[in-house]
Design a binder for this molecule. Structure first.
Ligand SMILES: [Zn+2]
Length: 319
């Protein structure tokens, strides 16, 4: 029995090409200003982020934290950059305050803006009470009442959580037979602002955090990550045959949706993937990346994207 099991394992391994790069080698690529596969923005090396986590200055006054973050301003994502600039101009007026104290001063105005956006989305979700089966409609009504209680209360017992709301909503409609309606409802709920998409959501969420955490959140979206091209939940491998280099924002935004849907939401992705391939090819010429990784990436992206991403890697073969 043991022998048989062993053989099957060996056979499976033989079906796959060898792993082109180790995790360490792949992670090392982040040190060479790689653009994200999806959004094309330069990524922050994960090791740099880890070192910043130990920086005491990030928990100090805004002026001290700004000095540490300034070298990374050019790779901040748009929302984070906007908040960083706001904090910069406030810090010259209030040099003794930290990030948390400065955000607190802006909280009320941003909370109002956020509630406006949220309530218009909740209205759209509530509309489905008209077409859902009775029991589900009742549960949805209950959820919307408790949600409204949270967002319209200036001092709620527990702050509103987008993640928990979507989770509860999914639970309510999980047995709904009409797949189209089910998808529509979740799609609307996903439009609820995240702190990485709206300045007001970033400010509201982060006023509850410690100054050092706020500082790290300003650069967290830019951190380089390994994206499973075939999602892990669909038995995607956890090695460089299935890993692409993507920023934390794009990785989190994709969830486990297929790549064609990721392209629908990020129409520049094929162009950005080419930018990344060009950069990897140039690193290959310096022996920092290897040919096999790029060839495999091309092949996997081509098929998983329904041929939308057709990387030109001809330069790889020019001497
Ligand atoms: Zn990205």
């Amino acid at each position: 029995m043991e022998k048989k099991l062993k053989k099957t394992k060996e056979e499976t391994q033989n079906d796959l090409p060898p792993i082109p790069l180790t995790r360490k080698e792949l992670k090392n690529l982040f040190n060479y200003h790689i653009p994200c596969l999806c959004c094309g923005r330069e990524m922050l090396p994960p090791d740099t982020y880890m070192n910043l986590m130990d920086s005491k200055e990030l928990g100090g006054t805004a002026c001290e934290a700004i000095k540490v973050l300034e070298p990374y301003e050019h790779i901040m994502h748009p929302v984070e950059k906007q908040v960083f600039n706001m904090l910069k101009s406030m810090s010259s007026k209030y040099p003794d305050k930290n990030f948390q104290e400065l955000l607190e001063m802006k909280k009320d105005i941003h909370e109002l803006a956020l509630v406006k956006i949220q309530s218009s989305i909740f209205n759209k979700v509530s509309f489905y009470r008209r077409i859902l089966p009775k029991k589900m409609a009742r549960q949805l009504r209950k959820l919307m009442i408790s949600t409204n209680d949270i967002i319209f209360d200036p001092e709620p017992h527990k702050p509103f959580s987008r993640r928990i709301f979507i989770h509860k909503l999914k639970n309510i409609i999980r047995n709904l037979n009409n797949k189209k309606v089910k998808e529509e409802i979740i799609k609307i709920a996903r439009r609820l602002p995240r702190s990485s998409d709206e300045v007001c959501a970033f400010v509201v969420k982060n006023t509850r955090k410690k100054p050092a955490v706020i500082a790290l959140n300003l650069i967290h979206s830019s951190v380089g990550t390994f994206e499973h091209l075939t999602p892990k939940c669909m038995k995607g491998l956890s090695n460089s045959l299935n890993f692409a280099l993507e920023c934390s924002y794009c990785n989190n935004s994709r969830h486990h949706y297929p790549i064609p849907i990721q392209i629908e939401e990020n129409p520049d992705m094929p162009k950005n993937a080419q930018l990344q391939a060009d950069k990897l090819i140039s690193l290959c010429k310096k022996d920092i990346c290897n040919k096999e990784y790029i060839e495999n990436l091309r092949e996997v992206l081509y098929w998983l994207s329904d041929r939308y991403i057709n990387l030109d890697i001809s330069h790889l073969y020019l001497t």
